[in-house]
Design a protein around this ligand. Structure first.
Ligand SMILES: [Zn+2]
Length: 186
């Protein structure tokens, strides 16, 4: 069985520890994370730059840039662009931001693990822990992160620990039915 990610360059055979099944497809964990990161970039772009931008064009562009830039770096750049109010006339402008050497420097020199979306900050181990609590359901975790992100944006609120907030929201919210998160993959 081949990895469901078109740009997969992994040479590892699938094992229970390094793979995940989503629908009818199987992915390496890293490949799934790359796909999730690219979906987040597209999501943030739609939200802050142009809600009518074609999802297919954004994903195709990111696939083209994939050999040069990791999806994690792309997510770093789009988050910074939103915070710093960088102008973009269309999604292709994002390519210039990706090639901006100051962003590349900052990505290398900073602890880049501390972000998901533009407002919610989670350390790598916190993200992993949340994923474990939610039984490896990345769609569900993304839903909660996004919900917190939106809430902080709308109400201009801040929390001491985003990890603790997400844990308690999840625990208090078990009855709620998360909206399906857009998870399109080219
Ligand atoms: Zn793969």
């Amino acid at each position: 069985m081949n990895c469901g990610f078109k740009k997969c360059t992994c040479t590892d055979e699938f094992t229970d520890d390094n793979s995940i099944v989503v629908g009818k497809k199987k992915y390496h964990l890293q490949c799934k994370k790359d796909i999730d990161d690219m979906n987040k970039v597209a999501d943030i772009y739609c939200k802050y730059y142009n809600e009518k931008e074609s999802w297919a064009i954004m994903l195709r562009s990111m696939h083209n840039w994939y050999n040069q830039h990791s999806p994690e770096y792309m997510l770093f750049c789009i988050s910074k662009s939103v915070r710093e109010k960088r102008a973009m006339t269309n999604f292709f402008s994002f390519y210039y931001i990706l090639n901006d050497l100051t962003y590349q420097d900052r990505y290398r020199n900073k602890d880049i693990k501390y972000f998901t979306y533009d407002k919610v900050l989670l350390a790598d181990y916190e993200y992993a822990q949340l994923l474990e609590i939610m039984e490896n359901n990345t769609v569900q975790l993304t839903y909660y992160i996004r919900k917190l992100n939106d809430y902080m944006t709308v109400h201009n609120k801040s929390y001491a620990s985003h990890f603790n907030t997400l844990c308690s929201w999840y625990k208090n919210n078990e009855d709620s039915k998360p909206i399906p998160y857009r998870n399109e993959v080219l």
